[in-house]
Ligand binder design. Structure first.
Ligand SMILES: Nc1ncnc2c1ncn2[C@@H]1O[C@H](COP(=O)(O)OP(=O)(O)OP(=O)(O)O)[C@@H](O)[C@H]1O
Length: 332
């Protein structure tokens, strides 16, 4: 369906997209995940033929977007981050205009517009001026425009940004629905969005592909280790010697040693081995009672932060705040 090979986009001495390659089968949803400035929009703009690549190729339904842009563009519906809507047109006038631009044939046009308005749930807004629509409805009108002509590939740049939680759910349901008939590529910096919606996740940072897999595999792969948080009453040396004798423990990290003899620590163990009983009996036998024990599995968010961490550490001061934003939105 789509094959992207060794894509590079250079802006002056900055590389916005750095040797990106991937392919996607029909009917799948691919999610581009990455912090601000990772290169998501640039990649999408190249795929849709909005801007050219410095080098590399994008083949859609067998047509190269650079060599045969007209043919390739016929297979694409694009919703940019800010939908290009005409505020003084009504919803229906706008969709009529988009249908004409996309060369939808007259005999099927009227029906297709009605069908797409139904699908995107904007039929009630058909005669309303776009400037009088709420942000959620504007987004749906943009989406309706992207679907017009039923292209094989639908590309959505941050489709739920700025919407309220109810609108977000509706747009996500709509994207799921669309994926029954179309291939969808979307970008997001909201991890929960990508993990619930997409068949395949590509994490990119600074234009580079960091990892690409299914959300399930990413979680599984990264849960190869378990972390156990403990609060124990006892001597640090005693606790350490008990834990060191337990099979499966990879790493022990003491966090805090309080004056009243309580110690907090994190133990990392091999994901396939259950060590909680050994910890319990071992520490009990050493007269070190456990006051708290909590197993923490890595979330997709941990994976994302871990995979992009070294880049952040190297980076300027702006990034930590951007990552904070990821945390905030994830918790919505
Ligand atoms: N026209 C341009 N000229 C120069 N640099 C650009 C241009 N467009 C993008 N960039 C730079 O390329 C990098 C990637 O930008 P891009 O907009 O693709 O990231 P993004 O992942 O979509 O970010 P966001 O989530 O903030 O939209 C950024 O460092 C950006 O500043």
């Amino acid at each position: 369906m789509i094959e992207v090979k060794n894509l590079i986009k250079q802006y002056g001495n900055q590389r916005a997209v750095d040797d990106l390659s991937f392919s996607l089968e029909k009917g799948k949803i691919l999610g581009f995940l990455g912090p601000n400035g990772a290169g998501k929009s640039t990649t999408m703009n190249i795929i849709t033929g909005y801007i050219s690549a410095t080098s590399g190729s994008v083949i859609i339904d067998g047509n190269d977007i650079l060599q045969e842009p007209e043919k390739a563009k016929k297979s694409i519906g694009y919703l940019p981050e800010i939908p290009p809507l005409y505020p003084d047109m009504t919803t229906k006038e706008y969709l009529n205009f988009v249908a004409d631009i996309k060369g939808v044939k007259k005999p099927v046009k009227e029906n297709m517009i009605l069908e797409i308005m139904e699908l995107t749930k904007i039929t009630d807004m058909a005669d309303r001026l776009i400037k009088h629509l709420s942000k959620g409805y504007k987004q749906r009108v943009g989406l309706a425009g992207a679907i017009m002509g039923y292209p094989d590939l639908i590309i959505l740049d941050e489709p739920t940004v700025g919407l309220d939680p109810m609108q977000i759910i509706e747009i996500r349901d709509l994207i799921k629905e669309l994926s029954k008939e179309h291939t969808v590529i979307l970008s997001s910096h909201i991890l929960s969005e990508v993990s619930t919606l997409c068949d395949l996740v590509m994490i990119i940072n600074k234009g580079k592909l960091i990892v690409s897999d299914t959300p399930e595999n990413l979680s599984k792969h990264m849960s190869a280790t378990n972390r156990i948080y403990l609060m124990v009453h006892g001597e640090k040396e005693t606790i350490e010697s008990v834990l060191k004798n337990i099979d499966g423990i990879i790493h022990i990290e003491f966090e805090e040693e309080k004056e009243d003899g309580y110690i907090t620590l994190t133990v990392e163990s091999e994901g396939s081995i259950e060590i909680r009983e050994d910890i319990f009996y071992g520490l009990a036998a050493a007269q070190c009672p456990i006051y708290e024990l909590k197993v923490t599995k890595k979330s997709l968010e941990d994976i994302f932060l871990e995979l992009t961490k070294s880049e952040v550490e190297d980076d300027d001061q702006e990034k930590p705040e951007e990552y904070g934003e990821i945390k905030k939105e994830e918790n919505q």
